[in-house]
Design a protein around this ligand. Structure first.
Ligand SMILES: NC(=O)c1ccc[n+]([C@@H]2O[C@H](COP(=O)([O-])OP(=O)(O)OC[C@H]3O[C@@H](n4cnc5c(N)ncnc54)[C@H](O)[C@@H]3O)[C@@H](O)[C@H]2O)c1
Length: 353
């Protein structure tokens, strides 16, 4: 089968991860990079890909079967639309767009053009997550009662030399990191009905938060809490626990970051420790622990393989634009809830029904 030709728009931090992921896949090739920066041009030269200053120029000059949009957030929508208008499937990075209205516009365009959009919530492609999803869906936990997530790590001062990372609109761990937790909660535990939240910028003093405490009520009635910080000297963060990027050093011991507690049994991630009773659940009876083995896998490679299937038409996007817009809506509701001090009904927020 001929190799798929992929065009990459935006060759920054995550764009480079996509470029390396494409290089490691035999079924596709990096045909071209569109990025106006000198660094983007240099990367194209290093990788033997064509270079263009922007996506329209790339689409005029190259035949590509799929486009990966890894630009700053405000350019996700126009770039995705430009590719889709030519019938080209798109993998667009998270957040799908900057506003719910834009996300809905992208989802509507996907339907009207008949062109699929996959959104880069890459964690869903992690084999640990697919295994956890299967365990929950099979009912092994019974009914979910509560879940708790700890996402705490230390971003060094140099991370914040880029101004946008200190400013509302794109910066802050709610939009950058919590959105992955919200997506995982939706994927594993079910839809979010309402959000309550407190945020704080007390540790760094930037305009954006450095900590958040979030409480979610799910449509099922289950309750979820998420504790978030990007200024904590802590190993308890998904990215570090699963060593999502080779830039993170291995943990000296396995740590757990997600705790799903059901009426029959409970599950901790990423270790997939399954806790259950032989008989009726009873805190006076012995509880049994099993570690469910799963092969570790690189979620970006799994995501790319899935994108190739989406391009071929043999798979529907695991994370569609409409799905990712629901994640965005619930994430933006965290800021709204923190600002108002009120619980936010997710379905009716941001112009919802
Ligand atoms: N899935 C993940 O884990 C993950 C991780 C990091 C970033 N992201 C997302 O990826 C996107 C990019 O983030 P980043 O950290 O790589 O940013 P970055 O600033 O490192 O890179 C952005 C790149 O886009 C280029 N660019 C700017 N305008 C452009 C244009 N008009 N056409 C083409 N290229 C243009 C810039 O020159 C830069 O090289 C963001 O939406 C971010 O939220 C996702």
């Amino acid at each position: 089968m001929p190799q798929m030709r992929i065009g990459l728009v935006g060759a920054g931090v995550i764009g480079r991860t996509h470029a390396a992921t494409i290089a490691a896949n035999q079924d596709c090739t990096l045909a071209a990079i569109a990025d106006p920066s000198e660094a983007g041009r240099a990367l194209a030269g290093e990788l033997g890909a064509a270079w263009y200053p922007d996506l329209p120029a790339m689409l005029d000059g190259e035949t590509v079967h799929g486009v990966i949009v890894a630009t700053p957030n405000d350019l996700h929508l126009p770039n995705a639309l430009a590719a889709m208008a030519r019938g080209i499937a798109v993998l667009v990075e998270k957040p799908v767009t900057t506003t719910v209205a834009q996300g809905e516009a992208l989802a509507a365009a996907s339907l009207s053009y008949g062109v699929p959009v996959l959104v880069g919530h890459h964690r869903r492609h992690n084999p640990i997550v697919s295994t956890a999803k299967r365990i929950v869906a099979e009912g092994a936990l019974g009914e979910l009662a509560t879940a708790s997530v700890l996402y705490a790590h230390a971003k060094p001062p140099e991370y914040f030399t880029l101004a946008w990372r200190r400013e509302p609109g794109g910066g802050g761990p709610v939009l950058i990191n919590l959105i992955h937790e919200i997506d995982l909660v939706r994927f594993l535990c079910g839809e979010i009905a309402s959000v309550q939240a407190i945020t704080s910028s007390a540790r760094r003093g930037f305009a954006v938060e450095d900590c958040a405490a979030v409480a979610l009520r799910l449509e099922s009635g289950a309750l979820v809490t998420i504790s978030l910080s990007d200024c904590a000297a802590s190993p308890w963060s998904w990215d570090l626990a699963v060593q999502e990027s080779p830039s993170y050093p291995p943990q000296p011991v396995p740590v757990q970051t997600h705790f799903l507690c059901g009426t029959k049994a409970s599950l901790a991630l990423p270790t997939l420790d399954f806790w259950s009773y032989d008989g009726r659940p009873d805190w006076f009876a012995p509880i049994r622990q099993q570690s469910l083995a799963v092969a570790r896998g690189n979620p970006y490679q799994h995501q790319l393989r899935h994108f190739l299937d989406v391009i071929r038409g043999s798979a529907q996007p695991l994370v569609s634009a409409a799905d990712a817009t629901r994640t965005l809506r619930a994430t933006l509701a965290v800021h709204q809830a923190a600002a108002s001090g009120q619980a936010v009904d997710v379905a009716s927020s941001f112009g919802g029904a």
